[in-house]
Structure formats: structure tokens, C-alpha cells
Design a protein around this ligand. Structure first.
Ligand code: HEM
Length: 531
């Protein structure tokens, strides 16, 4: 089973033997160094089909990079559950049958920078896994932070416009050190919890192999008889979670901008296969309202003291792609790619993602047939009445491509029971149509404070230094002050230390979310870093 995807890919693999050049039309040519010209020094002739094919194809080699997460590195591997302990909660075979090993493709990424940006920047890292299961493709499209910056996907274009390089000069390429980002943070305090993670050492991982991953949203596991359980997914690296320090990041970005990508590639080539343990936090449907935050709010974690992480399986990456473009660039992850036994919740960020990924891939990958690209194909059978479109690779035969029909052929719907066929979880919904954030999403500072309070002294020192460095690059003094005022609502010590480093007066602290005292931050000097 683990090799099933590799066997399927064999049909698409090409190994030029270096012996001859044959055009796309199958014609052998023996000269590719000079164009066909009229005379010794004359103009190139339009009839030079070999020149035209060669240059035209080259002219069209580039596709749009991902609108976010443009820079990434990927690898194949496999996932095996430890045992059947999740069988009580889900009908998803790949999570419950220890005799089944499921092939996967994983892509790690930075978020803000473009395809050619450096690896070791302060940023979130993507951790996206495509499981080629026997019930279809399941994509767990996560990050290395357990929380996100916004609560509702309708804010995603605003957020990304603020995060990306400023539009007039495209500076800075891949950092959060600029006015637009911090302006957004100050005005949208829902960002604060994720911003605390961003200013922490978690945002500068030493290696993709030493990074945690999180599904972020609360999802749902569903049993064969339709019972739901809330779930949060966690990836834990076997090598432990390790970070660089900021000064290392800056040096490495200069010496080796491919640092994380190279590390992943070389580890796999040398047989040091990276591993992660999949863990789940499970919450019964009856406990939906047992917390002082909303389970549907993606800016919140479920504290592990309240709900421990249950280890359920092992992921190993053991094969590098053969071709970066064909596989790592063309892979298409989508939160809506789910299989029987897993379902969504009403998290408004997740709901937006379920629209956005397919939509963006339609343009990024050139039309509606990108699921036929080898890396995206499921290992299961595909049988639809969809036809035609750019890049169609299949030759569908017969007269019918619709249902119902009396003529035979096509792909009729055949009955079956869940979980043999996918059925949506029958969640009851009721309410008026309103455009308003739920009051249960209102606390933006409590878990940011929890994060600060859980840090060691060294980690706090790093967080303050990061705020000082990044805010030190912000030109608009009012924006710096507005962020510091928000930090005052997280913790007085944090706000004071950042304000001092920026030469700002102490903010009027109002009601901080936390007053628990922090270890001394006195060893901090002026903003560190040399950029
Ligand atoms: C890409 C994670 C929120 C839109 C990605 C990727 C990851 C990711 C890991 C890269 C996938 C790859 O390697 O190809 C997350 C997480 C989120 C989040 C964990 C919050 C919990 C959102 C939201 C939207 C969005 C709210 C839009 C409403 C996109 C788009 C791409 C992307 C358009 C590019 C996809 C492509 O071109 O294939 N995201 N994302 N994301 N994300 Fe998100």
C-alpha cells in the first residue's frame, strides 16, 4: 500500500537516455544550436518549426506562484496508525487500521515571501499533507503554529495584503518588519495570539524536520453510525522542536537561502528519514460549550492540560521528488479534500478556505483538470461525468456523460452506505442570516497572555527582542505605539520592555489580560539584528 502512489507515478516518470532529440511531434532532429536562416548571415525563417517549438515552450514555462506559501519544499512518505484506538471515533480507515500504510506527499513552506525568497525568515511555516487513502485523497493543510491570525476568512485578503511586501516598492520581501503588517495587527487584535507565536522562536525553525504541525481548526471525526467528535490534529517531530536564533537566521539567509530546503533534501537522500507522530485532541459533542473560548475560533488552542494529546500514528518521509516543478510546485492541497470519517465544523476560517483553495488552483494550475496531474491523482479509481476543459488528459469514450440516462455508460450514481460513500455529518443548523462576529469570539488577549506566561525567561527575552527589531523597522511612530498599547493588554512587562526598546513612553495599560509577573527582562539591550 505504501508504494501504491510510487507505482502509479512510474507511468508518468520520464528518463531521457541522452542519446537523441525528438520533437513534441515525434520527429527526430540532429541540429539544435542554430536557427534556420536565409543564407549565411540572413534572417531566421518562420518555417523553422524546431526553433518555434523550442522557444514557444520555453516562453510558457512559468506558472503563477501560489498567492501565499509560494516558497516550499516537498517529499513523499507514508503514514501508519499505531492501532485501532480511533475506530471508536472515525470511519476513516487510514486512521484506524494499523495494517494499512497510506502513501503521503508533504509540502513545507514559508508564507509571505515569493518563490525565490530565503528560507530562514521570521514567518509561519506551512505543513501540508496529502494522504492518498483507499477512500480518496485527504489533505491536512496545516501550519507550524496552532492558531491563526484572523477568525473569519473574509479578512484573509486584507490580512495578506498587509503581510505581503508593500505594493509601491515590494519591500520587505519576506519579513514582518513593515508598517502595513503592524498597522493591521494594531487594528485587529484578534491577530495577537498568532503574533505572539510569530515573535517567538517557533517562527524561525531550525529545520522542517524539527517543526511541529497543527491542523489549527477544530475538525470533526465521524463514526460509521454517524456520531461526531470534535478533533484537533497535531504533528510532533521525532527529532524534537528546535529553532534557530535570530542572528543565525540573518547570517544563514545570506550564506544559504536554501537552508531548510537543503536540510530536508539531504536528510532524505542520506537515509535519515524525518518522522512525526500524529496526535489528536478529542472533545465530545456534548462538551462543545465546556470551554471559556469557542471551539470554532481558530485563534484559540485547546490547552493540553484540559484535553491531552493522544498519539495515534507515525509519518515518515523517505523519498524526494524527481522533479520540483512537476511535484512540489504542481501539488494542490485543499481543506475540502476529505474522506468518509472526517468532516468540517462551522469555523468561519475553515469555511472560507473550503472555497479558496480550489478557486486559486483553477488559475494557478490552468483550468479544471489539475486533479489529473500525477502528484494530485488519488490511488483510488476516478469516475465522473466531467468532460473536456484545458489540459484534459483522459479520452472518455461513449455517448453519455450525464445522469440519469437510459443509453448506458456515463457514471451513474450507485447506492451505498456511509462510510462506503461519503455523507455529510448531519449537523443541525438554525438561525437568521447575519453578518456579525459571534460574541463567543470576542476575547483576543486571554490566550496571548497564556502564551506569554508559559514562556521561559530566555524565550521571553527573544520575544521582546523580536518585537523591538520588527517594530523598530516601522516608520510610523503612531503604529508602533498602537501595537505597544495592544501588548499592554497582553502583559504589562511585555509592553514595558518593548516600549523601552523603542524609546516610547509606557502605554496606558488599562486592564491587562494578565498581571502574573514575568522574570526579569533586564538583560535586553537595544534592538538586536543587523538588517
Ligand atoms: C496555501 C495553510 C488560512 C488561502 C496554504 C498552504 C498552507 C496553508 C500550508 C500551502 C499549501 C501548499 O504547500 O501547497 C493555512 C492555514 C490556515 C490558512 C493553516 C488557517 C488555519 C487560509 C485562508 C485562506 C487561505 C483563510 C483564504 C480564505 C490559501 C491559498 C493558498 C494557501 C489561496 C494557495 C494555494 C495554492 O495555490 O495551491 N495555506 N492557510 N488560507 N492558502 Fe492557506
Amino acid at each position: 500500500m505504501a508504494d501504491e502512489k510510487q507505482r502509479a507515478l512510474d507511468g508518468a516518470r520520464v528518463d531521457p537516455d541522452g542519446s537523441r532529440l525528438i520533437t513534441q511531434q515525434g520527429v527526430r532532429v540532429d541540429h539544435t544550436d542554430d536557427s534556420l536562416a536565409a543564407g549565411d548571415r540572413g534572417p531566421t525563417l518562420l518555417e523553422d518549426f524546431h526553433f518555434r517549438e523550442k522557444v514557444t515552450h520555453f516562453d510558457h514555462e512559468r506558472i503563477p506562484e501560489r498567492v501565499v506559501h509560494a516558497r516550499g519544499a516537498g517529499a513523499y512518505g507514508h503514514f501508519t496508525p499505531y492501532d485501532d484506538r480511533l475506530a471508536r471515533y472515525t470511519a476513516a480507515e487510514f486512521l484506524t487500521d494499523p495494517s494499512v500504510t497510506t502513501p503521503v506527499f508533504v509540502r513545507f513552506s514559508t508564507v509571505a515571501g515569493s518563490r525565490g525568497s530565503a528560507d530562514t525568515v521570521r514567518d509561519v511555516r506551512g505543513f501540508a499533507t496529502k494522504f492518498y487513502t483507499r477512500q480518496g485523497n485527504y489533505d491536512l493543510v496545516g501550519n507550524n503554529f496552532p492558531v491563526f491570525f484572523i477568525q473569519d476568512g473574509i479578512k484573509f485578503p486584507d490580512f495578506v495584503h498587509a503581510v505581503k511586501p508593500e505594493p509601491h516598492n515590494e519591500i520587505p520581501q519576506a519579513q514582518s518588519a513593515h508598517d502595513t503588517f503592524w498597522d493591521f495587527v494594531a487594528l485587529q487584535p484578534e491577530t495577537l495570539h498568532a503574533v505572539m507565536w510569530l515573535m517567538s522562536d517557533r517562527a524561525i525553525p531550525r529545520s522542517y524536520r524539527m517543526m511541529q504541525g497543527f491542523g489549527v481548526h477544530t475538525f470533526r471525526l465521524v463514526t460509521a453510525d454517524g456520531r461526531g467528535t470534535f478533533v484537533k490534529f497535531h504533528w510532533k517531530p521525532a527529532l524534537g522542536t528546535h529553532s534557530l536564533v535570530w542572528e543565525e537566521c540573518q547570517r544563514i539567509a545570506g550564506y544559504d537561502p536554501d537552508f531548510n530546503r537543503r536540510d530536508l533534501w539531504e536528510a532524505i537522500e542520506s537515509g535519515a528519514f524525518p518522522e512525526w507522530e500524529l496526535g489528536v485532541q478529542l472533545v465530545e459533542e456534548t462538551d462543545e460549550f465546556a470551554f471559556d473560548f469557542d471551539l470554532l475560533d481558530p485563534t484559540k488552542i485547546i490547552p493540553e492540560e484540559r484535553v491531552p494529546v493522544l498519539p495515534v500514528g507515525r509519518l515518515v518521509l523517505d523519498r524526494n521528488p524527481d522533479n520540483f516543478f512537476a511535484e512540489t510546485e504542481q501539488v494542490a492541497f485543499h481543506t475540502a479534500n476529505i474522506v468518509p470519517g472526517i468532516d468540517f465544523t462551522n469555523d468561519p476560517l475553515l469555511q472560507a478556505r473550503n472555497f479558496s483553495y480550489l478557486d486559486t488552483q483553477l488559475i494557478r494550475l490552468g483550468g479544471p483538470n489539475f486533479a489529473q496531474i500525477p502528484v494530485n491523482r488519488p490511488v483510488t479509481e476516478v469516475s465522473t461525468n466531467q468532460r473536456d476543459g484545458y489540459g484534459q488528459q483522459r479520452v472518455h469514450r461513449g455517448r453519455t456523460s450525464y445522469t440519469p440516462n437510459t443509453l448506458g455508460g456515463g457514471c451513474p450514481v450507485v447506492g451505498g452506505d456511509f462510510p462506503e460513500v461519503f455523507r455529510h455529518y448531519q449537523e443541525k443548523v438554525d438561525g437568521s442570516k447575519i453578518r456579525k462576529r459571534s460574541a463567543s469570539f470576542a476575547d483576543h488577549h486571554g490566550q496571548a497572555a497564556l502564551f506569554w506566561n508559559s514562556m521561559s525567561e530566555v524565550e521571553r527575552t527573544h520575544i521582546v527582542a523580536a518585537f523591538r527589531f520588527e517594530l523598530g523597522k516601522v516608520e510610523t511612530v503612531e503604529i508602533r505605539a498602537a501595537v505597544v498599547a495592544q501588548l499592554g493588554r497582553v502583559h504589562a512587562d511585555l509592553a514595558a520592555a518593548v516600549a523601552e526598546g523603542l524609546g516610547l513612553p509606557l502605554p496606558d495599560l488599562g486592564e491587562p489580560a494578565s498581571t502574573q509577573s514575568s522574570p526579569a527582562l533586564s538583560q535586553l539591550g537595544q534592538p538586536t539584528g543587523t538588517i
